[in-house]
Design a binder for this molecule. Structure first.
Ligand code: PRX
Length: 645
């Protein structure tokens, strides 16, 4: 059983918290016992509907045709921007902090509205229609928010691709979603280094004949290749467009966005989120998890290319009329004080980041923090991977000066919003635990047969009932959606995570129990890595697994077998690492390659990854059942070879 120190709710937060412990339990009970009434209330509070819905929710985890707020009509952009114009037109919606500390820009709700309207007209003039998919391959610049919201305003569907992805990854995603138009920039800039986005986009587009237009944001002004028939400068098009574009009235169930994420096997999955349910869920979780108040300055450090960037950099905050800060750079540039200097400069009150960043900064020592004030901070959050109690304590003690509660929020691209989290004011904090389920969420921890396990035992984390933020489907592949999440334990949503629950009902997420590797919070499929390694002419086969890493949480550890006659050399090792990086993106770096004469397999030829994970992690005392191995000697060889490395 996980045991830990308990931190009571800090007095400063308790005073202005929306929820206390008692209220949490009452509301949670109601949300589970009477979900329709609960979600109807939330949908009324957080969203302006053009037409009210007829039914709150229909369908279940057996039929898998789940609909929220059917019959209702709304628009995501209208709710993020227009809805606030009456009360908050001069309030800052977006603070943009450039990579260069001297470069800052702000957009009020009224300014954001005008730019979005113009850009919506640009898109329309270029022939984009409701339902069309538009790919956005942009760095962290305000135009990324404008583009997403303009796409949503006209009823099209955005598919944002993380700007560190390679041209190959971009191509795969454009083709899978059959995007019609691409929005990119000349170059990105992070940590003082440029990233040639337009060049990469051009390369990807060589194989994407259906993309007829490219809109290019001028970020650095660096030289770019130009195709006169196809490419349009963003700033030129914007100037010429009208500043009035009515928001489309869309069905609650219509798609809002596709976001690609790695699965355990095969190509990345296009996670599709529908409009009504997603927005209600992003809005309510944002308000309560961050205890958001009108005057807050909120900063989420996630990149827009990941789901956190969608739900808690754009949609959640803007739906609540908040001021959201967007940062172009990295935590270590120009110095390791960067995050905290930004906090001071913009008087940030709520700060949301990844454990990996906390660990990396912790390692550099306290002096980078102590030189800053951070007095404005009220609340801290983490997301993306388990946070070790050591890093949690440092975050709490040194960054938050023991004044700010930490919300360790557990969720996934598929879940749309936060599912398990402490609520400030309501949940006494246990470092390393994600706390209790959010309203309407019914998690359980079960064994392989689907039976609940007792407190203190590890098992599979499942969710038993639908909630509004859940993905609609995998784009173009409803079968894969069923197979991946609902086949193993029918009637439940399988998260793919292992977890345990303690006697106080707190959830402790221990990590993935499938073949997804979380590196610095980024999700990478072992299948994707192996596919690339195996396509090298000198490689016979490979298996990539997670090995623990002090800073990144996990690193990629690949066991690789060369073809007969091919020597495993250092040069080949370097080449393979580069190949994976080139084909996936700069975030996919293999930490270790171990040459393997053979891989451990069952008699039917299946690679036993469980054993490889143990070898990579140096957990050699209990290898578990090895009796099904075709050749048990293979494992001994791998262990002996590892010791020599
Ligand atoms: O393993 C869990 C881990 O991140 C996975 C989801 O990754 P992704 O879809 O990229 O979304 C990340 C941002 C929401 C989960 O299956 N994870 C996420 N948050 C936590 C976490 N693991 C432990 N604690 C968390 N707070």
């Amino acid at each position: 059983m996980k045991k830990s120190k308990i931190y009571d709710v800090p007095a400063s937060i308790a005073k202005e918290a929306y929820i206390n412990t008692e209220k949490y339990h009452t509301l949670y009970k109601r949300s589970i016992e009477n979900p329709d009434a609960f979600w109807a209330e939330q949908a009324k509070e957080f969203i302006t509907w053009f037409t009210p819905w007829k039914s709150v929710q229909s369908g279940d985890f057996d039929t898998l045709d789940i609909r929220w707020f059917s019959g209702g009509k709304l628009n995501a952009c209208y709710n993020c921007v227009d809805r606030h114009l009456k009360q908050r037109k001069d309030k800052i919606a977006i603070i943009w902090q450039g990579d260069d500390p001297n470069e800052t820009l702000t957009l009020t709700y009224a300014e954001l509205h005008e730019k979005i309207n113009r850009f919506s007209n640009v898109l329309k003039n270029l022939g984009v229609k409701s339902g069309d998919r538009v790919c956005i391959y942009l760095p962290m610049v305000p135009e990324v928010a404008i583009a997403m919201l303009a796409v949503a305003r006209i009823g099209a569907v955005h598919s944002v691709v993380f700007s560190a992805f390679s041209s190959d990854s971009l191509k795969t995603r454009i083709l899978d979603a059959d995007c019609k138009l691409l929005i990119t920039a000349d170059e990105g800039i992070r940590g003082g280094k440029t990233n040639p986005l337009k060049k990469q986009a051009d390369k990807a587009l060589e194989k994407c004949p259906n993309v007829k237009q490219v809109i290019v944001v001028k970020r650095t002004g660096g030289p770019v290749p130009w195709n006169k028939e196809r490419d349009v400068w963003y700033h030129e098009a914007l100037q010429q467009a009208s500043s009035e574009c009515p928001a489309e009235k869309l069905d609650a169930d219509s798609p809002l966005f596709i976001l690609y994420t790695s699965g355990s096997t095969g190509k990345p999955k296009g996670i599709l989120h529908a409009t009504g349910g997603y927005l209600v869920y992003a809005a309510i979780t944002y308000k309560y998890v961050f205890n958001y108040q009108e005057k807050d300055i909120y900063w989420c450090t996630a990149d827009i290319g990941w789901v956190t960037g969608h739900s808690y950099l754009i949609y959640g905050p803007l739906l609540n009329g908040a001021t959201t800060l967007m940062f172009e750079g990295v935590p270590h540039y120009p110095t390791f004080s960067r995050f905290w200097e930004i906090v001071d400069k913009h008087q940030v009150t709520i700060f949301y980041t990844a454990p990996t960043a906390i660990r990396a900064l912790h390692k550099q020592g306290d002096q980078w923090v102590k030189s800053t004030s951070r007095k404005s901070l009220k609340l801290l959050g983490t997301v993306g991977e388990p946070i070790n109690p050591d890093a949690w304590e440092w975050y709490y003690r040194v960054i938050g000066d023991k004044r700010c509660p930490i919300v360790d929020t557990w969720w996934q691209t598929e879940t749309g919003g936060i599912l398990i989290t402490p609520l400030p004011g309501a949940t006494p904090l246990k470092p390393g635990s994600a706390g209790w389920p959010f309203f309407g969420i019914s998690p359980d921890i079960v064994d392989e047969q689907g039976q609940s396990v007792e407190a203190g035992k590890t098992g599979n984390l499942i969710i038993k009932k639908p909630w509004p933020g859940l993905m609609k489907t995998i784009y173009g592949d409803q079968e894969r959606f069923k197979e991946t999440y609902f086949k193993t334990l029918p009637g439940n949503y399988l998260t793919g995570d292992s977890a345990e629950r303690d006697e106080d009902g707190y959830f402790w997420i221990t990590g993935r129990n499938d073949d997804i590797i979380k590196v610095s919070g980024h999700r990478i499929g072992s299948g994707e890595i192996e596919f690339i390694l195996n396509s090298h002419p000198g490689i016979a086969e490979s298996a990539a697994v997670a090995a623990p890493d002090e800073i990144k949480g996990n690193s990629i550890y690949a066991f690789v077998t060369t073809k007969s006659g091919v020597q495993p050399t250092q040069a080949l090792e370097k080449e393979l690492i580069q190949k994976v990086r080139d084909e996936i993106g700069a975030h996919a770096i293999i930490g270790t390659i171990q040459w393997a004469k053979d891989l451990p397999k069952t008699r039917s030829g299946k690679i036993m990854r469980r054993l490889l994970r143990k070898i990579a992690s140096d957990e050699l005392t209990d290898l578990g059942d090895t009796s099904t191995l075709a050749d048990p000697g293979v494992v001994d060889d791998l262990i002996a070879d590892k010791e020599k490395m």
